[in-house]
Design a binder for this molecule. Structure first.
Ligand SMILES: [Zn+2]
Length: 273
């Protein structure tokens, strides 16, 4: 996400916003201020929080957008007039270029917001960033009883980790996805913090090197554990296992992370009883 934000920023900061074409009725989530209010204003800043990216204008209005799991971005050096599949909105800039936000699938989560100065919109509901003191404190002291995989994915607890990185982080920390902070002493908590820092930094470096389309789906190619069940663990050679959990597929190494224990799909075990 950070690498994506950097690439979009390079493309548009310093340009004037000259207009937009909305393709989806559900795309724009706010009525006021109208996007027309920033037409002919310069994009002076951009930022990112979790999966949200924003452009800042001189009057402190922000144009915010969210990339869902299935979202992607096309940077068009010369704005096109086409409507590719899944188009949500095309924003146009003063050098003739455009950004096209698209979404595949039917979730309709990819959207955009116009935020008045001081309004955080959906950002207000997000938890701390994973590199913040507030989050370190939580991991070191919390007696949270939820499974750690659930906690890492919860955007209100920590913003911007998500399920793919959760698999990679827990493997790096040699922790079971079903462990909880409540049952952890200090050593695994510190391993978890180290693994989060390492995995997110490593992921960002690999993303920065990437060229081509800005599809978030392609992020999957860069995970070491997520989506790799059946392939050998690079640490011990055991095949990665997977368990279906809260409608996610969680991938883990049974040797490195769960002392050989195979995690059960609760829905499946209920059926077998
Ligand atoms: Zn292993």
């Amino acid at each position: 996400m950070q690498a994506l934000a950097e690439r979009i920023g390079e493309a548009v900061v310093g340009l004037e916003f000259v207009g937009y074409t909305a393709f989806s009725f559900h795309g724009l989530k706010t009525a006021v201020p109208a996007p027309e209010s920033v037409v002919n204003q310069c994009v002076v800043a951009m930022g990112r929080r979790a999966k949200y990216v924003w452009f800042g204008f001189a009057d402190d209005t922000r144009l915010l957008f969210h990339l869902s799991q299935a979202g992607r971005f096309d940077i068009e050096p010369i704005a096109k007039a086409t409507k590719p599949k899944g188009s949500v909105v095309r924003w146009k800039f003063s050098d003739g270029s455009a950004l096209l936000l698209r979404e595949f699938g039917t979730e309709r989560k990819a959207g955009w917001w116009m935020l008045a100065p001081g309004d955080d919109g959906p950002l207000a509901r997000l938890g701390p960033e994973p590199d913040s003191e507030e989050f370190f404190e939580l991991i070191r002291t919390s007696a949270d009883g939820r499974r750690i995989h659930t906690l890492l994915r919860d955007q209100r607890t920590v913003a911007g980790i998500g399920r793919g990185y959760s698999d990679d982080i827990l493997h790096h920390a040699r922790l079971s996805p079903f462990a909880s902070l409540k049952s952890m002493d200090l050593a695994p908590r510190e391993r978890l913090l180290d693994a989060i820092e390492f995995t997110l930094r490593d992921g960002l470096e690999r993303e920065r090197k990437r060229t081509g389309g800005l599809s978030e789906n392609k992020l999957g190619e860069h995970f070491l554990v997520h989506g790799k069940h059946g392939l050998p663990c690079p640490v011990c050679g055991t095949d990665f296992a997977h368990v279906s959990y809260e409608s996610y597929e969680v991938v883990y190494c049974p040797k490195c992370q769960t002392n050989g224990k195979v995690l059960a799909d609760r829905r499946l075990s209920r059926l077998l009883k």
